[in-house]
Design a protein around this ligand. Structure first.
Ligand SMILES: C[S@@+](CC[C@H](N)C(=O)[O-])C[C@H]1O[C@@H](n2cnc3c(N)ncnc32)[C@H](O)[C@@H]1O
Length: 177
């Protein structure tokens, strides 16, 4: 469930949803400055569910998707991310959101969606405006290792899936030679 503008109460200190008219135009914004590498939030209150545009992938399998059930669902994608969803621990109580660089008060948070998502339910044309923009955001399956590696953080289960894909590709190429 996405929090809505009616009777809005922020779920996390230091963050607020900036609601905007139109579909999917809202964003989560910092209400204070953050240092590089700072813990922004622990990922708590997650529930398992099907892959949706609001879910976050938490492992390599088709069932590994969680809903955030908080304002964190308003974090948009950025090809030049300032924040990471770190779901690398085998213990979900260690999953967290941390900064990848300093963030100013008023700055929108953005994470690189393919750092958690393999093959997204709802691809979209990215409007982040960064020089390294990937264009249409569909998930890590549709990007090269090089495109992923330049984003400061990618979850280990995504790198495993990339590695399996690339071994398979290389095998097919070798069989043709
Ligand atoms: C989980 S929502 C994020 C919050 C969303 N902006 C909202 O208002 O509900 C994910 C959706 O937001 C939109 N979105 C997120 N990042 C975007 C970006 N960089 N460029 C264009 N649309 C984006 C896409 O429609 C995407 O499916």
């Amino acid at each position: 469930m996405k929090p809505t503008q009616e009777n809005y109460v922020p779920t996390h200190q230091g963050l607020v949803v900036k609601f905007a008219p139109g579909d999917f135009r809202s964003a989560l914004v910092a209400t204070r400055a953050y240092q590089p590498g700072e813990l922004v939030a622990k990922l708590e209150g997650l529930t398992k569910g099907p892959k949706r545009y609001t879910s976050v992938q938490c492992g390599p399998g088709p069932e590994d998707h969680v809903e955030l059930n908080s304002d964190l669902v308003y974090i948009n994608h950025s090809c030049d991310p300032n924040i990471a969803f770190d779901l690398s621990s085998p213990d979900p109580s260690n999953w967290h959101l941390r900064t990848l660089r300093s963030i100013k008060s008023g700055e929108p948070l953005g994470f690189f969606y393919p750092s958690t998502e393999w093959d997204m339910d709802q691809p979209f044309k990215c409007e982040c405006g960064s020089k390294s923009c990937v264009g249409t955001v569909k998930g890590a399956k549709h990007l090269s290792l090089r495109q992923l590696a330049s984003r400061l953080w990618v979850n280990p289960y995504i790198l495993e899936l990339v590695s399996e894909r690339d071994i398979e590709k290389t095998g097919k190429l070798q069989a043709r030679l």
